[in-house]
Design a protein around this ligand. Structure first.
Ligand code: LLH
Ligand code: MG
Length: 379
């Protein structure tokens, strides 16, 4: 097993609240986790260096994985859970997500099969919704309801059949602003017409009454779902909201606890549509369990986030209807291929769909020569 930390280029930037925005071209670092079998098969995943640190690999991941059958994911989950009980700070859920993703990539390579087929092979392509970046104050950006409407028309012309708005959030001045969120949703509905899917993922800490006001407007504007308007630790608030709003409430996105916390959301009727992702759900393995659980309860489960592991999840189960393509912004070229990749995994077709990758594994085309030539450190 190895982690290669390498230099590469980024064209977006992240604000102090963690929201992504357009940015100038800048140098950044990424990490490539590789897990190799004694037969020489390699599973890989790209990740943030902070979650693939030397101490995490040497003290926790290595001791569990090295010398074990790489297909024994359930056994690893137990061993990691024991380590996390007292050392969660040393071994965050995001780190385990990357390890699980690399193990699935490895399984795909070993069997010569794309991961989405190993997960269940539910579909060969999926509708993509255009997921916008949060609002900003940039010229030509997303600084007003009209900007969202103009961008929505452009996205519809590119073939998308659904758009999810992320609206204005702190640390931006005057954000959040309930009235402006409602105005943006109304402007976009007006711009795309009635037969087009729209979703809202606004400020994540509205109060119950603010979320209810917003939700009732979404009912009027016929939105497809209402995402993370309140703190997701309050199950009761989500139940309170779901009972009063006709628009399906979806969640949880960021709550830790993998499939176990999502089971609680189901039995507490806290949402209408369940949500999970390869990163926020603790990896592909627990996310797949969540999707199967949703199916058992007759619920949809939409996958959070873009990229190869999330695309594989969408391809593996029929309880998700969409792939979240983004984050998109009028000033950002999402289709730009960063120098450490040979191609992007999720090109969108003129009909607004994305095809499942056909290569064995997760299908991420990493340029290994570039990684080696731009190495910062390896462990
Ligand atoms: O707050 C944001 O920037 C977005 O909500 C972001 O986290 C995005 O990944 C998301 O929620 N997508 O559904
Ligand atoms: Mg979201």
């Amino acid at each position: 097993m190895s982690v290669q930390v390498f230099k590469t280029e980024a064209r977006t930037t992240v604000d102090s609240y963690g929201h992504r925005h357009p940015g100038p071209s800048a140098q950044t670092t990424q990490a490539l986790l590789s897990i190799t079998t004694t037969d020489g098969a390699v599973g890989r995943v790209l990740g943030k260096p902070n979650y693939l640190r030397r101490d995490q690999i040497e003290q926790h991941v290595g001791p569990v994985l090295v010398g074990s059958d790489p297909l024994a994911r359930e056994s690893f989950e137990k061993q990691f859970a024991i380590r996390q009980r007292t050392r969660a700070v040393e071994l965050p859920e995001h780190s385990l997500s990357y390890v699980d993703q690399a193990l699935w990539d490895l399984a795909g390579v070993m069997f010569g099969t794309p991961v989405w087929k190993l997960l269940g092979g539910a579909r060969e392509s999926v509708k993509a919704y255009a997921s916008t970046m949060c609002g900003d104050s940039l010229d030509g950006g997303l600084s007003s309801p009209q900007d969202y409407a103009t961008f929505a028309v452009e996205l519809k012309a590119r073939g998308y059949t659904g758009i999810k708005l992320h609206t204005w959030m702190p640390p931006l001045d005057n954000a959040p602003n309930l009235a402006r969120d409602i105005e943006a949703c109304a402007a976009v509905r007006d711009a795309v017409g009635p037969d087009f899917s729209l979703m809202l993922d606004g400020y994540h800490w509205y109060s119950r009454t603010e979320a209810l006001t917003l939700g009732r407007e979404l009912d009027r504007l016929r939105f497809d779902w209402f995402e993370e308007p309140m703190d997701e630790f309050s199950l009761r608030s989500y139940r309170w909201l779901s009972e009063q709003v006709a628009t399906p409430v979806i969640g949880p996105e960021t709550v830790p606890g993998r499939h176990r916390s999502r089971a609680e959301w189901i039995v507490n009727d806290a949402c209408d549509i369940l949500r999970v992702g390869a990163m926020n759900g603790g990896g592909i393995t627990p996310a797949l369990k969540t999707m199967h659980m949703a199916e058992g309860f007759g619920m949809e489960c939409e996958v959070h986030g873009n990229g190869a592991p999330n695309l594989a999840l969408v391809g593996g189960s029929s309880v998700a209807h969409w792939y979240e393509r983004g984050l998109l912004h009028p000033l950002v070229d999402y289709d730009w291929v960063p120098p450490h990749l040979l191609s992007i995994v999720d090109p969108v077709r003129p009909d607004g769909t994305v095809a499942m990758p056909l290569a064995p594994g997760l299908g991420e085309a990493v340029d290994l020569d570039y990684v080696a030539a731009n190495l910062v450190e390896e462990y």
